[in-house]
Design a protein. Sequence first.
Length: 340
Amino acid sequence: MTVSLKDVAERAGVSIKTVSNVVNNYRHVTPAMRARVQLAIDELGYRPNLTARHLRKGRTGIIALAVPELGNPYFAELAGSVIDVAAEHEYTVLLDHTGGRREQEVLVSQGFRARVIDGLILSPIELETEDLLGRDQDAPLVLLGEREYDLPYDHIAIDNVAAARTAVRHLLDLGRSRIAFLGARTDRVNEPSHLRLRGWRAELKAAGLPSPDSLIAPTGGWDHANGADAMNQLLDSGATPDAVFAYNDLIAIGAMRVLSERGLRVPEDVAVVGFDDITEGRYGAVTLTTISPDKQTIARLAVRSVVNRLLGTGDPVGAGPRELRADFRLVERESTLGRV
């Protein structure tokens, strides 16, 4: 049998309006009254109808999260964090997969699901600034990732240049000097791969070392196979790196497979650092040293930005966009330190 507000009110000996005020967390309810009503709620097992509550406010209670590739463990783990944080705010998350294709990112950003969502969190790969000019949607938009856009939307990212420098500094501190970069993309600026490449160059320069193109291996994508192909091409070219900094963990894991197949030991011959701190990197034959973005903070900032703009709290609709930074840390494992 469904428990109603009326049932709770009768159990607590208060009005239905008072119960509603407690359920909706209105501040003017006294602590004693709140405790009294909460006790009745707990005893009866009352669960508010969140759908009805959102509809009364002209909303759906749904936030969309659009990412390039749900099969990529980083985005899967990020999605899990967003879902958890959204639930704390009584929102459901609709997951969307763009494939990193510009046309799909444009479609999502322009609101093809506008009637069913209250806000959108988008992690774009190919989207350009002009694609968002004149966006005619009421639903708040929050951008994730390291592409830099001069647009009136909240943007959440980590400092990719600093993160890359941290990874390279770790390798330099271990005595490595021929540090390759796998996963480069040089055709556009202010994009994650380019920013990490910039950090790689900057830290080598600070150490008085060259950053020759012969140690840069572009990839056609960012999965295991791309990492393996790039590592093979680098070795076949005659390059002799003593360390690898990879654009992400998937590339790093693919590269480590090739190094093993070609008789090179990790980390004795070639140390490897990845990026993303995906679960897979913790359980390989050689565990992976990596840069770990704070995915929980990214999720929390993203959801909070959407909710604040919907509710007019913090930064209301119409307020200027915010550039928010999440932290990162270096997680040292066997691919650079060896077994300890």
